[in-house]
Ligand binder design. Structure first.
Ligand code: MG
Ligand code: MG
Length: 261
């Protein structure tokens, strides 16, 4: 069952989303060689709790941490550990918060120092996939239009589109109906209507679309061990427009000031 949101509920989800976006912006200034995912996780948890919210993932399905930190060939759901990040790594950070009864959810893939051009291109195209998916998330379209747009752009570049993990509705639960796959057919699937709030989150692999699960029962990695990128926004559908509730603005500002140092 899809729970359509009132404008008042959308504002509460936006508040939770903006906190996640600010958390990612704070983390953006901390990511460098030598830093560990566990350090980032501690910073994120403190930041979220300091803003009258609680981490959205910690304890959800028994996940142990505030962040999912997925490095290089890790696709999603990496558990923060104490292995220092190295020059040339990429790290996808997925963060959730719970505030005023509503969840926020967002992900961004960061470079650690200088990253090779092939991987940078994967990151750029994955972000474009997200933009093109959001472009289709309008009242009167269907979820398949979003899915198709993401898949087409990724596959036009020869990349693998992960099938096993999908976007989702967001609200009083972190994961609500409908599922929002990153592959699909135009004109198929759930009708997109006013009040729908969904997380759109392409997970795109440099090589094969196939993935494997590590023994920890959480971490999803690419079957060929080549890198994977992940970007996520939450969006709210109104009758005449769609608004992005999360933002990359804080990440962009932090990255720009790091470059200028
Ligand atoms: Mg997420
Ligand atoms: Mg999500």
């Amino acid at each position: 069952m899809i729970l359509y949101k009132t404008p008042e509920e959308v504002e509460l989800i936006r508040e939770s989303c903006q906190l996640v976006s600010r958390t990612l912006g704070m983390l953006a200034g901390e990511i460098k060689p030598g830093v560990t995912p566990l350090q980032l996780d501690a910073l994120a948890e403190t930041y979220i709790r300091d803003h009258q919210a609680v981490p959205g993932f910690k304890g959800l399905y028994d996940f142990p941490s505030t962040l999912c930190t997925s490095v290089n060939e890790q696709v999603v759901h990496g558990i923060p550990n104490n292995r220092p990040l190295k020059e040339g790594d990429i790290i996808s950070i997925d963060c959730g918060s719970y505030k005023n009864g509503y969840y926020g959810d967002q992900a961004f893939t960061f470079s650690v120092g200088e990253v090779d051009p092939k991987t940078l291109r994967l990151m750029k195209v994955t972000r474009e996939c997200l933009d093109q998916g959001i472009e289709q998330a309008r009242a009167g379209k269907r979820i398949g239009d979003v899915s198709f747009a993401i898949q087409r752009h990724a596959e036009n570049h020869g990349y693998g589109v992960v099938r096993e993990l999908v976007g989702h509705g967001v609200g009083k639960s972190m994961h609500e109906s409908p599922e929002v796959p990153n592959y699909g057919k135009r004109g198929k699937g759930t009708m997109i209507k006013k009040g729908l709030v969904i997380a759109i989150e392409p997970m795109i692999n440099l090589g094969t679309k196939r993935v494997k699960m590590l023994k920890d029962g959480w971490t999803v990695i690419t079957a060929d061990h080549r890198p994977s990128a992940h970007y996520e926004h939450c969006v709210a559908v109104f009758g005449d427009r769609t608004e992005i509730l999360t933002t990359f603005q804080f990440v962009e500002e932090a990255l720009a000031s790091t470059v200028n140092q």
